[in-house]
Ligand binder design. Sequence first.
Ligand code: CO
Length: 265
Amino acid sequence: MQTTQKALVCASFGTTVPTAAADIAGVEQALAAAAPGWQLLRAYTSGMVRTALAGRGQPEDSVPEALARAAAAGCRRVLVQPTHFLWGVEYDKLKAQALAAAPGFDWLRVGRPLLDDTRDLRALAGAIGALYPAEPGRAVVLMGHGSAHRANVVYPALQGIFELQSRPDIRVGTVEGWPGLAEVCAALARSRASRVLLVPLMLVAGDHAQNDMAGPGPHSWRSVLAGQGYRVDWVRHGLGSEKAVQDLYAAHLRGVLQEDGAHGL
Ligand code: CO
């Protein structure tokens, strides 16, 4: 990389699915455009993903590695911007890693996740609603990741916002949290939907989208819903490829840069 004083480390979970890398790159480019003069560095937080990519000869930096690269290049100011959706396990991990490296810099900040507060949730719900306008007889089913972390509350909250935005045709489910596919199926059964559009509620259309959501196996959401009589179609890209979502990330980043505008950035 070029020698520069300011580095923007874009930290993503990462993906081993080659087509899904475009979802991450789209957000990285939007972040770079929102931070002129900052050198963009990529970091992937998933050790499993990095090991798999290294095995294919496509190594990617971890957060500590990207920060070491920035320091070696003479950067004194570093902004770590996660592409993670939530204050979840992965966010906690990368924040701890970034703060551990902070003494090596004059200034280091970690940006907020995409879904930080109610305003963010409303903005994402509005963006998704605009991407997929209501159609008679069609339900839009979003597949989020979900987990046992307290940040999982974002998913039922998002469902509530769709209801409040008069879009009950958009249903939120998760692979590993609550609500799950059972709750989605129950809501669909109460609706008049005969068609379902599956949409990854994830940055990338990676392993979960390709297998758990739209895979040919009997337990994928696509197969289960088709088995219940719905005509099922699905979206092949992650939210990271959507301009409206890239804009939300960029707005967060500009917020951080403006907050510290008085401090010689
Ligand atoms: Co997972």
